[in-house]
Design a protein around this ligand. Structure first.
Ligand SMILES: Nc1ncnc2c1ncn2[C@@H]1O[C@H](COP(=O)(O)OP(=O)(O)OP(=O)(O)O)[C@@H](O)[C@H]1O
Length: 993
């Protein structure tokens, strides 16, 4: 164990250690009334064996690498829990036996070692770097029992937090032994050769060491950084008392640079302390300098990062352009193992800063200004603060000695060599800004006011984690909606209520924003009437959703506004489209306290009528629930209206928002806000204040592989003629037929009319999807007339798409699929239900839209699986567009029933049962409807005929779709109607029309 040292050294070390521990034990004994009992307890057979383990073993435990982040691994977790129990037992033991004294060095050594070590491992387990020297001095010291540190760097950049702390800047607070027992956190323990007990943070190889030592003269423990001389103590200790893991020993240990910076590695075991390499910068040529220095890996890395680097093998030195001088010396200053003398006549940045603060020496700026070949900095150096995490901000500023001097006085400073930016905890923000304001040579753009307001708590004092969002009391809402919420949806509802009902719910598509919005609105039910503003294609889907999730709501109290003459507030729940809203200005004086806006990005343009109509309404409402899976599709300026709709006070003027987040530039024609800037900050700000956004990938484990949704498309999209034709077809069917053949033909006619009737609402829905930013999706339709209408509209809107139907030669199918899979230009795959439901891979899409229903669920499921197949990493959303008053009323429940049967037989995972309930009422209550439903069932239940019928319909459709009463290319090729029997039926069908 004590290898590598002479016997004399070992003896000395042991003596010193014993002395130090004895002193500490005495002090403990005084505080607790004596340690005799402690010793006896520790030696008692009743005392847990694990508490009697040898000190050295305990030490080696504490240098375990896992303690860098214990708790993250299950084993570590249980270790931490065990240690917690162990610590509790020890503390109880101390309390129980505090009345007796014992000066035994062994027991006190065990006690200190175990308690100190345990406390460390526990707290490190909770927070890998929870130590802050501020804990030990100054007015911010938290009260006993509070966590020591709130250092977010510890979470995000554990290895860098202490990287630039200098001993001279760190206070040297004192602790007594009891405080140590209670308070030492995140420090690993070591004992120096001269008997000192040292604690060093276990974070990383770059972490500065902060030692706690029992001072020989006072018996007090001090916490403070290593001095240069301490490095030796640590080294000796590690090579003697501890029995380090050889792998850890090999890790670079950086201790005590000449600049006085002390580093400790993730292990506390140091056999060797690298010495400080000294070098100097010397003139190389008119505009270059070289660095004369011994080998130092870190310095070489700095050299290599400089653009003007050149290695001269003759002199074995690196030389650089003078332009890189300040960058190099600045970086070298951060290395503890190197000191570089500056170029003659110049200073290093910090020496300049130091000299400035003590009032001597020339400033680097003046030296640079007078130096030929150096660029004189402009009169004012400008920079800006940007929020980079919930706890940190960075200052983006060019090198300026005075401001760098300010930065270096901040405890939380952290310099990123790659980005050349300084980072700080928010709690240092006001000090930096105050100091920056006092420097005439510097101008630092502050963080925006709303950002400061949103993170106010962190500016006061860094906290380790965000305040938990409280669980909302949803006891007043319908149990149906509350119990149906998935865990992440419940979090969304909690977030909304913690934001007092004003939020932007920006979950990925298909994550159930509807159920969350309904639940949030239900929480504020006392403040209803409720207004829901939505794209017109989904108005009825919203009405269905209210009925589904709030069964206590009477269907009559749901008012879907269909014309501008309707009353906007006729119901308890009022659903209106964006476009109708803008036509109802006369009614907009009526205020709603609770408003839901679905697809709120429809409001992105303040100049549009819909936005102008909605904004006053939203500003006046008490609760505003905006829903959008794509709040901004191309630029941050699109977010502005949604932000102020939720919180009008945030950025009262668009220009200030534009300057900060839209990289606003003044052009000859005015301001251009089309770009973006500081997006990271914007996201953090929104998430802290008003926005909650979960991606599918975040909650994938809570989602089913397929999510089906019935979208009730608006029946008023049908023109009067179509409606009349549909009604006539339905009447015919209800009459009953003499032959089965007649029945079927009537049924297909009804199915056909349905297709025609749905066209405009289907097209509208697809365009809404595109407007909502859906980038890739599949659209299945059966009738050619529907496929053609969609094609036409996509072409009109210049949307890239592929189309595969019965006329697509099989040789082309594969290349079309490849186009869709790999080309960003192709947003939509338009597919025939019967001709493209199998054998194709279109997994680039995670949304499948069925423009039409089909009676054979096997065909639908096959079609869904074009997207839901190997290669698909997401949960697939499936939207079935269902139009009331059409054949869909019968097809939809029939499909669900078939799927249920398949599911029961274990032949399908698919389940439509939830949505089935909604449509049940369509046919059950009306005998005429019932008879039509029975007809559908009868016709399509003859399983053997299913495919046959499908082909028939295809053929019929193909003939119709040609628009000239002739044959489609399929039919022409005889692809679908080879059988004379079928041909006859088709002819009969047409003649029957
Ligand atoms: N907790 C739940 N229980 C049962 N079904 C749910 C639940 N949450 C969502 N769903 C179903 O998932 C489907 C998608 O939900 P919804 O339409 O609300 O998603 P969305 O986030 O609004 O999607 P989009 O952005 O595409 O409009 C719907 O069929 C919905 O009924």
């Amino acid at each position: 164990m004590l290898s590598g040292l002479t016997e004399e050294q070992k003896k000395k070390i042991e003596e010193n250690r014993q002395k130090a521990l004895a002193r500490r034990a005495e002090r403990l004994a005084v505080q607790h009334g004596g340690a005799a009992k402690i010793q006896s307890t520790f030696q008692s057979p009743n005392y847990p064996q694990n508490l009697q383990r040898p000190f050295a073993k305990q030490e080696s435990h504490h240098v375990d690498q896992h303690q860098q982040n214990p708790g993250s691994h299950p084993e570590q977790k249980s270790c931490v829990q065990a240690e917690q129990r162990h610590l509790n037992t020890l503390q109880q033991t101390l309390a129980l036996h505090g009345a007796q004294q014992n000066s035994s060095q062994d027991s006190s050594r065990d006690l200190c070692g175990q308690l100190g070590g345990l406390k460390q491992s526990l707290l490190i387990g909770q927070n890998s770097l929870s130590y802050s020297h501020q804990r030990y001095g100054g007015s911010d010291a938290p009260e006993q029992g509070q966590p020591i540190s709130t250092n977010p760097n510890a979470l995000q950049h554990p290895e860098s937090y202490y990287a630039f702390k200098k001993p001279t800047e760190l206070p040297q607070p004192r602790l007594n032994a009891n405080e140590l027992l209670e308070d030492v956190k995140c420090l690993s323990k070591s004992v120096s050769g001269d008997g000192d007990v040292k604690y060093v943070p276990q974070s990383s190889s770059n972490a500065i060491s902060i030692d706690s030592e029992i001072q020989a003269d006072t018996g007090e423990l001090t916490c403070g950084p290593f001095s240069k001389k301490d490095g030796g103590n640590v080294s000796q200790f590690c090579s003697t008392v501890l029995s380090p893991d050889p792998a850890k020993e090999r890790r670079v240990q950086k201790v005590a640079g000449s600049g006085g910076v002390g580093y400790a590695s993730e292990s506390t075991c140091h056999r060797k302390v690298p010495s400080v390499v000294k070098g100097s910068c010397v003139k190389h040529s008119e505009d270059r300098f070289r660095v004369v220095v011994g080998y130092n890996a870190e310095l070489i890395a700095v050299f290599k990062s400089l653009p003007s680097k050149t290695y001269d093998p003759a002199t074995k030195t690196w030389n650089f352009s003078l332009d890189d001088y300040s960058r190099l010396v600045e970086a070298a200053e951060q290395l503890s193992s190197v000191t570089l003398a500056p170029l003659e006549g110049m200073g290093t940045p910090s020496s300049t800063t130091r000299s400035r603060s003590v009032g001597k020496g020339p400033s680097l700026k003046s030296v640079l200004a007078g130096s030929s070949g150096w660029q004189k900095p402009s009169a004012v150096t400008r920079g800006k603060c940007v929020l980079i995490s919930r706890f940190q901000f960075e200052v983006d500023i060019a090198y300026e000695a005075e401001i760098i001097g300010v930065f270096k006085q901040m405890n939380s400073r952290n310099y990123d060599m790659k980005t050349r930016k300084w980072r700080f905890l928010l709690e240092d923000y006001s000090r930096i800004m105050e100091a920056a304001r006092s420097l005439p040579s510097v101008e630092v753009e502050p963080l925006p006011k709303p950002v400061i307001q949103a993170f106010a708590a962190h500016f006061e004092k860094s906290t380790l984690k965000a305040a938990d969002i409280p669980e909302a009391d949803l006891s007043e809402a319908d149990p149906k909606v509350v119990t149906s919420l998935m865990p992440f949806q419940r979090d969304g509802v909690n977030f909304a209520i913690s934001r007092e009902g004003r939020l932007l719910l920006a979950d990925d598509m298909g994550l159930g924003k509807t159920i969350q919005a309904i639940c949030i609105a239900a929480y504020y039910r006392k403040e209803w009437p409720l207004l829901v503003v939505t794209p017109s294609s989904v108005r009825f889907t919203w009405a269905e959703a209210f009925q589904r999730w709030l069964p206590s709501l009477h269907p009559d109290s749901i008012n879907v506004v269909v014309t501008s003459k309707d009353k906007l507030s006729a119901g308890l729940v009022n659903i209106v489209s964006f476009d109708l809203l803008s036509k109802m200005e006369n009614q907009l004086r009526a205020t709603f306290q609770v408003v839901i806006v679905d697809e709120s990005h429809f409001l992105k343009n303040i100049k549009t009528a819909r936005c102008r109509a909605a904004m006053p309404l939203l500003k006046a409402a008490k609760r505003v629930i905006l829903l959008s899976g794509t709040p901004a599709m191309s630029r941050p300026s699109e977010l502005y209206t949604q932000i102020i709709a939720v919180q009008p006070s945030f950025f009262p003027r668009f220009h200030s928002f534009g300057l900060r987040y839209c990289d606003a530039k003044q052009m000859p024609w005015g301001w251009d806000y089309s770009r973006s800037s500081n997006l990271g900050e914007l996201k953090l700000f929104l998430e802290e204040s008003i926005m909650i956004r979960r991606l599918k990938s975040d909650v994938l484990s809570q989602l089913p592989a397929k999510q089906r949704k019935m979208v009730v498309v608006a029946p008023e999209g049908m023109n009067a003629k179509t409606k009349a034709e549909l009604a006539a077809a339905a009447r015919e069917m209800a009459k009953g037929y003499k032959s089965k053949q007649q029945e079927k033909e009537a049924l297909f006619l009804f199915y056909n009319r349905t297709a025609e009737a749905k066209i405009s609402s289907v097209v509208e829905y697809i365009l809404d999807l595109l407007e909502s930013g859906r980038e890739k999706f599949l659209v299945f339709a059966h009738h050619k007339v529907v496929l053609n209408a969609i094609s036409k509209e996509l072409e009109k809107k210049q949307v890239g798409y592929i189309r595969i139907d019965g006329s697509t030669p099989s040789s082309e199918r594969q290349s079309l699929c490849q186009k869709f899979q790999f080309s960003e230009k192709h947003a939509v795959a338009l597919l025939s239900l019967t001709a493209a439901n199998m054998g194709l891979t279109l997994s680039a899409a995670d949304l499948v839209v069925f423009a039409e229903l089909f009676w054979n669920p096997g065909v639908l499921i096959q079609a869904e699986d074009r997207a839901h197949r190997i290669g698909q990493t997401s949960s697939v959303n499936i939207h079935y567009l269902v139009a009331k008053g059409t054949a869909d009323d019968f097809l939809w429940p029939m499909i669900q029933e078939k799927i249920r049967v398949l599911g029961e037989a274990g032949l399908s995972e698919a389940n439509f049962s939830e949505t089935a309930k909604v449509t049940d009422f369509l046919y059950k209550q009306d005998p005429k409807q019932r008879s039509i439903y029975d007809l559908f069932q009868r016709t399509f239940s003859e399983d053997a005929d299913d495919i046959d019928e499908a082909l028939l319909v295809e053929a019929v459709d193909a003939c119709q779709g040609s628009g000239i009463g002739g044959r489609s290319p399929d039919a022409e090729r005889g692809a679908v109607s080879e059988s004379p029997h079928k041909k006859r039926r088709i002819d009969e069908f047409f003649s029957a029309r």
